[in-house]
Design a protein around this ligand. Sequence first.
Ligand code: GDP
Length: 193
Amino acid sequence: MKVTKSDFIISAVKPDQYPEDDLPEIALAGRSNVGKSSLINTLLNRKNLARTSQKPGKTQTLNFYLINEVLYFVDVPGYGFAKVSKKEREAWGKMIETYLANREDLRAVILIVDLRHSPSNDDVVMYDWLKHYEIPVIVVATKADKIPKGKWQKHLKVVRETLKVEPTDQLVVFSAQTGKGKEEVWSAIQSTI
Ligand code: GDP
């Protein structure tokens, strides 16, 4: 997709704050620091629309970005921060579950993992949970520029096998640094909306 317009619309914590125009939504999830904001900025050709490296302890919200007036990206706060309290984690879980399990406009979730490492237990739990709700997932393995191209397939296999990625879900090698995989992610998105 050629992105000509992208705007931050709203930070929501509960359903009555979600947009009401019924456009398709793509949610983006991943552990903190995985490169989610960088992925969003790359896909939208923006330098800093989604703020990179947000520190924990800030209000955890679902951030809605409207793209070309035809779809929303929904930035889900990152998981897996050890410093977050149990109470905060529970609030996060409730907010995410309410959105992901019930939102009719949701077409797919982009689950971002680090191509260099085996997916974490949190990543596996998130993927399983999304599959339990039968939500299509696009797995984006990012930071590909940090390992030699010759090793991508080997690392991709570890990601596929650890998450047990279903054959109907797409798996894309990506780098925000080089733009590698950008078009592939967009075609994966377009096949779901
Ligand atoms: P978020 O917390 O998931 O939103 O992660 P950020 O987008 O803020 O990225 C976390 C860190 O990883 C930052 O220092 C980014 O510059 C870096 N980063 C993100 N994506 C890439 C990538 O594709 N390649 C490299 N080399 N660094 C990346």
